[in-house]
Write a protein that binds this ligand. Structure first.
Ligand code: HEM
Ligand SMILES: *[C@@H]1O[C@H](CO)[C@@H](O)[C@H](O)[C@H]1NC(C)=O
Length: 323
């Protein structure tokens, strides 16, 4: 990978604490607003570095994504990544993946909640009146990386060099002036709320069939034969028709919630080199594969947000800041 396309730390590991902050730009046609947003976005790594330095062992990492609506203004007219568009609603017979507003995503991770908090505070201070907060979700590690449904989440993620291969746009993916987006990554986020009472009413074996893995020791179950109800795992295995290879994505899902207000959720975040791969997964989950056999996980999980962003390389972020 050439140095000019060094990626943001999209490959950072799951952390004890995370914040997913989605904001909308209030008036992107206003020059002052655009300048403020450009400054904050281009200097996010520096801002984070200042907070991170206060406890290096906490491993604070922040990545930033830019949505389709503001891409042109924020990047000063760099060509838009070919697949970048607003989240496209996926309407199944029973469940819908809704599309909700969001122009910027900040994905903040650290071993300490206070560092995440402090960085979010500074970023929102800098952005001031330029933005509206659409959603702020604070996630936490739950035991051995379990979601609140009780299953270990993130196991099938690519590791090592396979991660870059799965999540970063490569030189061979783009033509001409679009070379600026090499080293970047498409990101999809969805906030899910769980129906805990009905999930808990299921027997463990029924839950395991829905997920496609055993609950206690996280062993993969065999795929169901064609035309039988597929598990979450099988619906999200996307095999390339030409090469037979699997298209991996990188998920950094985190649980969030508040027992006092009976809120239990999973924040889904997927990084991918090809947006269509995650769109295909969403289609399989919500419409079903075969159509009609939707992901049973959705009978216990409701998507309440849905947005798409592109996370550019560090070089592109630098370019945005040069005036
Ligand atoms: C309520 C939200 C969700 C929960 C609780 C959840 C949970 C899980 C769990 C427990 C696994 C098995 C362990 C693992 O490999 O990580 C899994 C696998 C997976 N999930 Fe999800 N997930 C959710 C939403 C999504 C969405 C929206 C997508 C994609 C659009 C997705 C894509 C995947 C993929 C690609 C795998 C790995 C499949 C394989 O084994 O190759 N998940 N998920
Ligand atoms: C800033 O970017 C560099 C290069 O990707 C990375 O090593 C570092 O962890 C980043 N800092 C933060 C706080 O995200």
């Amino acid at each position: 990978m050439p140095p000019h396309s060094q990626p943001q730390r999209v490959d950072a590991p799951l952390s004890a604490s995370a914040i997913f902050l989605v904001v909308s730009v209030k008036d992107i046609a206003d020059d002052d607003t655009a300048a403020t947003v450009r400054n904050v976005v281009s200097s996010v790594n520096d801002t984070a570095k200042n907070v991170a330095f206060r406890d290096p062992s906490a491993n604070l990492i922040c990545t930033v994504g830019i949505g389709a609506r503001v891409w042109e203004v924020v990047t000063k007219k760099l060509p838009k990544p070919s697949e970048l568009h607003a989240f496209r609603e996926v309407k199944g017979a029973t469940h819908t993946a809704i599309s909700t507003p969001g122009d910027l995503l900040f994905h903040i991770r650290a071993e300490r909640r206070d560092l995440c908090f402090e960085l979010e505070r500074q970023l929102l201070d800098q952005l001031g009146d330029s933005v509206t907060v659409e959603d702020e979700t604070v996630g936490f590690r739950y035991f051995d990386n379990r979601d609140l449904l009780g299953f270990i989440d993130g196991t099938a993620n690519p590791v090592g060099a396979d991660t870059q291969e799965a999540v970063l746009v490569a030189g061979t993916d783009v033509a001409g002036s679009s070379v600026d987006i090499v080293g970047g990554s498409y990101v999809v986020v969805q906030k899910y709320l769980h129906k805990m009472d009905s999930w808990k009413a299921l027997k463990t074996e029924a839950q395991e069939e829905i997920i496609g893995r055993t609950k206690f020791d996280n062993v993969e179950l065999d795929d169901a034969p064609p035309d039988v109800q597929k598990s979450h795992k099988s619906l999200n295995t996307i095999v390339d028709e030409a090469t037979g290879a699997e298209h991996d994505i990188l998920r950094d899902n985190m649980p969030f919630g508040s027992p006092g207000s009976k809120e239990y959720g999973t924040y889904f975040i997927g990084y991918t080199r090809h947006l269509w791969v995650i769109e295909q997964m969403l289609h399989n989950m919500f419409v079903g594969s075969p159509p009609g056999k939707h992901d049973r996980l959705l009978d216990y999980s409701t998507a309440v947000t849905g947005s798409v962003f592109f996370m550019p390389s560090l070089a592109l972020l630098d370019e945005i800041g040069d005036d």
